[in-house]
Each structure stands twice: as structure tokens, then as C-alpha cells.
Design a protein around this ligand. Sequence first.
Ligand SMILES: [Zn+2]
Length: 429
Amino acid sequence: MPINQTIREKVYTTPLIDTHEHLIEESIRLAGPKPGGRLPCDDWAYLFYHYSLSDLTSAGMTPQENARLFSMEADAEEKWRIFEPYFDRCRNTGYFQAVLHTIRGLFDEDRVDATSVGRITEKMRSGVQKGFYEEIIRRRSNVESCQVNSLEGPLFMETEYPTLLYQDLSFVAMSTGLDLPKLSAESGLPAETLDQWHGIIDWYFDRYGAKAVAVKNQSAYSRRLNYENIPKEAAAPLFARHAKGEKLSEGEMKAVQDHLFRYCVQKATDYDLPVKLHTGYYAGANSMPLERLRQNAGDLCPILRDFPKTKFVLMHIGYPYQDEFIALGKGYTNAYIDLCWAWIISPVASVRFLKEFLTTAPASKLFTFGGDYVTAETVYGHSKIARMGIAQALTELVDEGWMTEREALATAERIMRGNAYEVFTRLKE
Ligand SMILES: [Zn+2]
């Protein structure tokens, strides 16, 4: 079905607000590769490092091949020999398509093959200069600003570019990850009692609450989202035992985490910070327990009910259980659903999701883009896929008689950036 030209024009010229990235600081990128880190090499293979690596693994690439492919030791020829058979198996996935769009759009190369990989490396390296994040994100991708959940160490990254790369305050280490030594050292405060730990959490919110765009927690990678209401009196003795180095039972540890998670959600609400939660699909390969993921939406209902003033941003549409997240967006005033990452996990499911969401839940409850990348270049390719998907979904809704063209244009404006401006109040400052 051909894409409606008026809709296409609107979707391609409207800047996106990007609600989720893991971009490393540009200065770290400029400093060059370091083995084992988030920038293990700086040739063409690097474009396939974040996310595509998961599909390569799923398609059978061995750990030895993967180590060579993303090392600085192997030359272009060896890397291509390792890559080629798996490329053939994976090239249709969203992860790969995002990279191929990037290579086409940013480096003007139509094919990835033995002859082009050297040129791609040269063009990529020559582009890495001070200011290239702004060039790729704003000018080439037409993304107005990003919201970064930094994985580089600090809970809040004091970025070089605060109005291009808005930052989330991570509350994993305050609640579910419970990193006593790190937070105690950073704040200079003791962490022996629950009261003291509350003091440390308060310290982080005092210091970063006004700068952060949101708070973020991805503990769905390690536990269910059934955070129960555990009173301070019940959690305090457990916390004190944990702080002394005693090993808590699974149930006791859960109780401490549950209490602290809710404490942090309340703090975020006091600071008018939306609470972003990872839901659904896992990054990586060979680790995802689907029986836990499928409980995410149901597990969240008590939290949504108990914190009516909190704006919850439920990330990645809970894929592959996205129908339930449409129900949450429709049924709970404080539930916002975010397509971040989803376009490249499953582009076609995301088109279907967008159509179903827009005819089911209020259009104000949706965010439509987050690249979810460590690598700046691939944000470009992901934004291309998101725009293709948004234009296709809106075209189909108009063609099938569910909305008028005029309504589709207004909806594009709202879901691409209007909703983000309404919900993330820091963006207006
Ligand atoms: Zn992420």
C-alpha cells in the first residue's frame, strides 16, 4: 500500500523527541576504543556491536568469532570473513535494518560487502569529531533532543551537552540493585540503617532531582515487578542485617527492594520526575525468562493504583506482550507507553501496535521514539525505521477509515513530540 504523501511529509519534517538512549558521552567516543568496554573497536564492525550482536549470537556466531569481530586486532578482511555468513542470516531483522539505513544515509554506501567495509570505516572515523553528536542527532536524524540513561557508572551523568542529551537519574542502585558501598562513598554518608539509606536517596534527589529529566529502573532484568507495600518498620531490621553483611533470604531481600522501590517512586513524584521502567524483551541472547516477562503488565497494576500522581513510562511496549500494555495505557490515567527500542525489536509488530493503540487508548498516552543505543550513528537508522512505521500506521488508519487525514497529521505531531513536552516538564525549561 503506498504511503500517503501528505502524511509522509509531516512525519519526516516533524522533529522527534527521543525518550530513551544509552549514548556514551561524546568525549568518551572521541577518546577512542578500549577493549572490553562499550567502545571495543572503531571500524565498521562497531556499527553492528550494540543489538546486532544479539542476532548474530542467536544465528549461531560463536563467542570466539564475536571476540575477534569486535576486537582491534583483526583486520577488515578477517572481520568480513567472520561476519559474512551470519549477515546473510540476520539482514532482515530490525536490528540489522537500522544499521543498514545508517550506512546508506550517513555514509552513502548501498551495500555492506568485502569491498565497501573499508570505505565505511574511513567515513565513520572521519566523522567522529567534536560536535558530531549534534550533527547526527539534530541535523541528520531530525531528533530534537535525547533522554540518556547512562550506563557509564554514575547514577546521573553530568553531560557535556545538557540540552541535547537530557539525562535520567538511575535509581537501580538505590533500590533494587542496592549498592551500599558505591552510594555511601559518592554521598559521603553512612549506610548502616534504613533511615541513613533514605538519607542517601534524599541526597541524590537533592543533588540531581532538578537536573534530571526522569528516573529510570531496569530491574525487570533481574526480578518481577510486583513491588509490594512494605512498611518502614518491617524493612528496617532487614536492611540493617544486610548492611552488616548478613545474607538475607530471597523473600527478605525482596521486601527490602519493594520498600525502597516505592520510596524512590514517591521521591521522583515529589520532584515531578516521570518514572521510566523497563518492561518486556531483554537485550542480549540466551538469558530471557519469558514466564517472568509475561507477568510485567499484571505486576504493575498495584503500583499504578497506589501512586496515582506518578507518571509511569512503561518502556519497549512490553514486547512481546504489547496488547496488555495497550490495556494499561487505556485503563490507567498514570500509565504512558513508550515505543522506545520496539521499532527495531520488531518493526512490523510496532506498526500493528501503533494502529491498535491509537484506536484503543488516548493518543496522549504514547511516546513513539527512543533509539536505545550506545552508538550515536545508529540512532539515525532507528529514527528512519520509526518514521517509516509511523507513516505506514497513520496511512493505513486513514485508508481503512479509522481517522481522517487531518486527524492523522495532528496525531503525528502529538505522538512524535507533543506528548513528550507535556509529560517531561524539564524539556520546557
Ligand atoms: Zn535501554
